[in-house]
Design a binder for this molecule. Sequence first.
Ligand code: PGA
Length: 252
Amino acid sequence: MRKKIVAGNWKMNNDKAETSALIKGLKRSIKKLPLKNTRVIIAPSYLSLSSAVKKTKDTPIEVAAQNMHQAKSGAYTGEISADMLKSIGVKTVIIGHSERREYFCETDELLAAKLDAVLANDMEAIFCFGEKLEERKKEDHLLEVGSQLKNSLFHLKPADFKSIILAYEPVWAIGTGETASPEQAQEMHAFVRTVIGKKFGLEVADSVSILYGGSVKPANAEEIFSKPDVDGGLIGGAALQVEDFTAIIKAI
Ligand code: PGA
């Protein structure tokens, strides 16, 4: 059975005290939930990762990084390597978020190299992809997503997908309050599963978790999560509130 996953991408939010308060609240509210087949992941800023790992020890909450450099070490001012993340107990990394693609010029090729570094270090990636509004309007969304998947994933081996979570995030729905309809999400998720199946085999396609991200809120989570190919969500804004994030986990 595919894992259900709710992951919170905190982006550049929450200082030390806010991080502590949010984790404290989440620990308390998650304790009461029957999580069964569901993983709960939070991705605080680099600065808070170490304390987040310590604070969530012996709880169901897992901690991920929002980004990682592809090199092992070296003269890359301001960057963080796989070894550094592993040394503080972080094993999961978000790769290819549209904000990284757009504001930090991360290309499909660079993301392929980042995925290689994640896999070479026995870590796990939440790999994000999605079309922009112009592409959706031109009805090129499947073409665009197909090309992002091909450029960053097609060099991998089927076994690598044990360490990859996919996240469809239409750029026009991120932080805008506009969500893809459950039907739009299902259409894309089914398409992604087909693309993965054709290239890597049905077993891989059937077992890889595909999350939806883009203005998921307590009010729309249940409907989106009810779609057969939607295995959970990558949550931005609503992951910053204990009540909202908990309600979204409950909706899965
Ligand atoms: P949002 O962000 O939920 O605030 O739209 C989602 C994301 O960027 O992962």
